[in-house]
Structures are given as C-alpha cells and as structure tokens.
Design a protein around this ligand. Sequence first.
Ligand SMILES: Nc1ncnc2c1ncn2[C@@H]1O[C@H](COP(=O)(O)OP(=O)(O)O)[C@@H](O)[C@H]1O
Ligand SMILES: [Mg+2]
Length: 263
Amino acid sequence: MKIAVAGKGGVGKTTISGVLARSMARRGSKVLAIDADPAMNLWLSLGVPKSALTGITPLSENDDLIEERTGARPGSVGGVFSLTPRVSDLADKYGIRGPDGVTLLVLGTVKSAGGGCMCPANALLKALLRHLLLDREDVVVLDMEAGLEHLGRGVVKGVDALLAVVEPSFRSIETAYRVKKLAQDLGVKRIYVVGNKIGRSDEALFVKGEVERLGLDLLANIPLDRSVPDAEMAGLSPIDYAPDSLAVRAIEDLTHRLKTAVS
Ligand SMILES: Nc1ncnc2c1ncn2[C@@H]1O[C@H](COP(=O)(O)OP(=O)(O)O)[C@@H](O)[C@H]1O
Ligand SMILES: [Mg+2]
C-alpha cells in the first residue's frame, strides 16, 4: 500500500504521516516513510531521535551521489545526465531506522517540473520515487509539500490512495479540492479528505458540508488535541508521547479505514 499525504501548509500532513507510518508498522507492515517536504521534519512525528539524523544529507542535496548515479554534477551547465540512474539500493543505504522498524528516507525538495528544472537531482529523485512506488513491496507513506504534479503520471500511478488533509478553514478545503482535481487528472485511484484539528462540533459540520459541496470523500476526522504540539515540544512522536490521546486514536482508526478502503 502506497499512501501520499498532501494539503495546505500547517494542516497536519507531517503529524498524520508520522503517526500513520508508525501505526501501520505496529500492524506488521514493513514501512518506508518518505520525507519530501522542504521543512524535513517527518523524523519528529515518526519518533526518530534527533541524534540519528546527525550527518544525514537529504538525497536532493547529496551532490556526490547525484553525480555518481546520473553522471552529472548538480549545478554543472549543459552536462548530459542519465534519466534512468540506478536507485534500487538507495532506500536501504540511506534510510534511517526508526521505532517499530519504520525506515525514514529524507529526500528533500523535489522541484516542480513547471519550474523548468529537469536537472540531475530531479532525475535521481524521480527515478527513486518511481522505484519505491512501483517496484517495492513495502508500505510507503509519502509526506509532501504540495501536490503530486511534479512526479508525473507514470510515478503517480503507483499511489494507492492520496490523503488530502484539511483543517476547519475554507482555504485548506479549497486546496484539497485543487489537489484532488490534479491527482484525478494524473490517474490516482483513490482520493480521500482527512479533517484535522476538529475542535468543535460546528467545525466538524463545516468540514463535512464543504467536503460534500465539493464532491469530495471524507475518510476520517482527527480532533484538535493539545497533546500533538505538546509531543513536539517534548521532542517525541504523539504515538510515544500520548498513545491514548484522541488524536492518536483517530489516526490509528484512519489506518484501519485506509486498509479497508484500499484492499
Ligand atoms: N490534531 C491536532 N491537534 C492540535 N494540533 C495539531 C494537530 N495536528 C497538527 N497540529 C499542529 O499543527 C502544526 C502543523 O502540523 P504539521 O503536521 O507540521 O503540518 P503540515 O505538515 O501540514 O505543515 C504543528 O504545530 C502541529 O503540532
Ligand atoms: Mg509538513
């Protein structure tokens, strides 16, 4: 099962990705959590200790590796580079082992194709994502900055479900709608909205109403829960800091619903 998590900044994508990955690993899956957000803070929601990250370079900034695999050094002008670099060993080589056996892979930013950059770094990341989404058995949870557009059709086909996370705000729901349209055009099979930071019943009603109005599909609601930012301040994943909290329980329930929806 390959799950991509998208949505407006700050809605809770990273929190949900981290706890979802842990919860799937606890249910016995071999999980690969991919951080493709420029903020690169998935480690915290996964509960990977900060010390495990020292000396880790995101793959998009690993110029030596990019040159070794594509044949061109990032920043070099006019060079010819391979669009099909060898990538099958990278998850094992650069993945960081986290709690419950989750592997964290820090990609760094995949620049938008619209930004005009088909550069060696992007060639490597694209090839890697294609391999991870299409060729590997592992469960993949992909934490992303925005949408899936830059990945291209062939890669996106490997995504079993896209979660568009929203909070009770009009703008986050508009973003989810845009994400859905783009993902649909790219051929993503299942696209679900996940409501997060739902504090009051009128907020739940607002999200439900807007989601229905836009023809979206609401899979789950996760409550506004103080233990989520508290876990961050303690440097822990919510699943370790407050395993019985309402937010963690709701994400565990989401894991269950996803499995049912995708199988
Ligand atoms: N259910 C929740 N209840 C309370 N705060 C939350 C919840 N989910 C996320 N947050 C807080 O919202 C902020 C943004 O969350 P984050 O997961 O980093 O969002 P994103 O990855 O979408 O930018 C963080 O400070 C996090 O602690
Ligand atoms: Mg994030």
